[in-house]
Write a protein that binds this ligand. Structure first.
Ligand SMILES: [Zn+2]
Length: 410
C-alpha cells in the first residue's frame, strides 16, 4: 500500500536548498513519513534516479472557463462547450505540474467536484464562482447598444463567469450567492481592466459601502475577498476595506505596498498575461482599445515585483491567461527571473500559494501530513527554471493526492 520514493534530492521550498538522501513515504492521499532509509513495508518503491522531488505547483490566478482571448466571443459558447474546453485547460495545467489552481472567476463547484471525483483530470480547484463588478466595470462585457440588464446566467460561458451588481444590497446578495454555490474566495472588481470594453484602467469600481458589504459577508462565511485592482488608489481603498488579496496590482507604488504589508495582504502578479496578450492577442480578436490598455500596465509589471519585494509583501504566482494563450502558463517563471531569485519564484508557486489558499502544511510542502502532490524533476529548478517549461516534458512524474497523473520512472 502506498509508495516509497527513494534515490532523490528533496526540494522543500521553505528550506530552500536541496536535501539529498531523504526518502518520502506516501499513504492514501498524504505524505506520512520523510527521512533516511525508510522501511518500505507494503509500499511500492519508486526509484527517482537521483532526480529532484518538490511539491506540486500552485497557480493563484487562472480562469479555466474563459476559453476565448476575446471574452466577447464567449457569449456564443454554450456551457456544454465551455465545460469541455475547461476540462482541456485543466488537463494542460496538471500536465505542466500545477496540481492546484485558484480560479478567480468562472469555475464553479461542478467543475471542482468533477476533478475531485475523478471524472476529469485536473488540478485542485479553489473557486470564486462569478466575478462580481458594477455596471460598466470589468465584469460588464456588454456592447453600448446592449441597454438591458445582465442576461441569464445559465446559457453561455460569459454570463456564467461574471456578475454585474449595483448597490450595497445587490453586492451583498451576489457575494452570498457565490458562497452558497461553494466559493472559496469572493472576487470583486475594484479598478478598470484590460479585457473589458469601456472602463478606463484608473477607474475606481464599487463604492466603499459596496466593498464593505462584500467583505463583511465573506468574513461572516469564513471566506475572504480578492480584488482586481491596478492603481495605488484602488489598492489603497481595497486595503482599508479589508480585502485580503490584490490581483494584478501592476501600478502599485511604495506607499500602497507598505499599507498592504501592514495589513498582511498578498499580491497575485501575472506578468505573462500581459506579454502574451501583447504578442498574440490581436490574432485571436482582442481589439485595439484593449491592447492599448494592456500597454499601460505591462511596463509596471516587473517593477511591481520589486516594490513588493522591498516592502515585504508576499507575491504569489499567477498567470491569468485567457483562452488560446493558456499554454504559456509556465512562462511566468522565466519572466520573473529579471528581478527575483529562482528560489523566490519557486516559493511564489508553492509556499506563498499555500498561504493565499489558506492551506499551509497541506499544500506547497512535502512535510508529513501534507497532501501527496509532488513533482519528480529531471533537473534542479534552483539552477534553472527551464525545467518547468515545455508543457511538463521535464517532469518524470506528477502525483496529485497520492495518485500518479503521469509517471515515466521504472
Ligand atoms: Zn483574472
Amino acid at each position: 500500500m502506498g509508495y516509497l520514493f527513494r534515490n532523490l534530492s528533496l526540494l522543500e521550498p521553505e528550506v530552500g536548498v536541496l536535501q539529498p538522501g531523504l526518502e518520502l513515504r506516501v499513504e492514501a492521499d498524504k505524505i506520512v513519513e520523510v527521512g533516511k532509509s525508510l522501511a518500505p513495508g507494503s509500499a511500492d518503491v519508486v526509484d527517482c534516479g537521483g532526480r529532484v522531488v518538490m511539491p506540486g505547483l500552485i497557480d493563484s490566478h487562472v480562469h479555466v472557463m474563459l476559453s476565448e482571448v476575446n471574452i466577447r466571443s464567449l457569449e456564443s459558447v454554450p456551457l456544454t462547450l465551455g465545460t469541455a474546453r475547461a476540462a482541456k485547460n485543466m488537463r494542460g495545467m496538471i500536465d505542466r505540474g500545477f496540481t492546484t489552481v485558484r480560479d478567480t472567476g468562472g469555475a464553479d463547484w461542478g467543475l471542482k467536484q468533477a476533478v475531485d471525483e475523478g471524472s476529469i483530470p485536473g488540478p485542485r480547484l479553489f473557486i470564486a464562482g462569478q466575478a462580481i463588478g458594477p455596471t460598466g466595470g470589468h465584469s460588464d462585457p456588454r456592447r453600448r447598444t446592449d441597454i438591458f440588464g445582465a442576461k441569464c446566467h445559465c446559457c453561455n460561458a460569459m454570463a456564467f463567469s461574471m456578475n454585474v451588481s449595483d448597490g450595497e444590497r445587490e453586492v451583498r446578495k451576489a457575494a452570498r450567492e457565490q458562497m452558497r454555490q461553494g466559493a472559496d474566495q469572493v472576487k470583486i472588481m475594484m479598478s478598470g481592466g484590460v479585457a473589458s470594453p469601456y472602463d478606463p484602467l484608473d477607474s475606481l469600481q464599487f463604492s466603499d459601502a459596496e466593498i464593505a458589504a462584500a467583505v463583511e459577508e465573506a468574513h461572516a462565511f469564513g471566506r475572504y475577498v480578492c480584488a482586481h485592482a491596478y492603481t495605488p488608489k484602488a489598492i489603497t481603498r481595497a486595503a482599508h476595506a479589508g480585502v485580503r488579496t490584490i490581483e494584478h496590482g501592476n501600478l502599485i507604488d511604495a506607499a500602497s505596498a507598505k499599507l498592504m504589508a501592514e495589513k498582511g495582504m498578498f499580491l497575485i502578479a501575472n506578468l505573462v498575461a500581459y506579454y502574451a496578450m501583447k504578442e498574440r492577442a490581436a490574432e485571436f480578436g482582442m481589439n485595439a482599445d484593449m491592447l492599448e490598455k494592456n500597454d499601460l500596465v505591462i511596463d509596471g509589471a516587473l517593477r511591481s515585483l520589486e516594490i513588493c519585494h522591498q516592502a515585504g509583501v508576499p507575491v504569489a504566482y499567477g498567470s491569468d491567461l485567457l483562452g488560446q494563450l493558456q499554454v504559456d502558463q509556465s512562462r511566468e517563471f522565466l519572466l520573473r527571473r529579471e528581478v527575483l531569485s529562482n528560489l523566490d519564484i519557486i516559493r511564489s508557486a508553492t509556499t506563498i500559494g499555500a498561504q493565499v489558499t489558506r492551506t499551509e502544511g497541506k499544500l506547497g510542502t512535502l512535510k508529513p501530513g501534507a497532501f501527496a502532490d509532488l513533482l519528480v524533476l529531471d533537473s534542479n529548478p534552483l539552477d534553472d527554471l527551464a525545467v518547468f517549461q515545455d508543457q511538463g516534458a521535464h517532469m518524470a512524474a506528477i502525483m496529485k493526492g497520492g495518485k500518479f497523473h503521469t509517471c515515466r520512472l521504472g
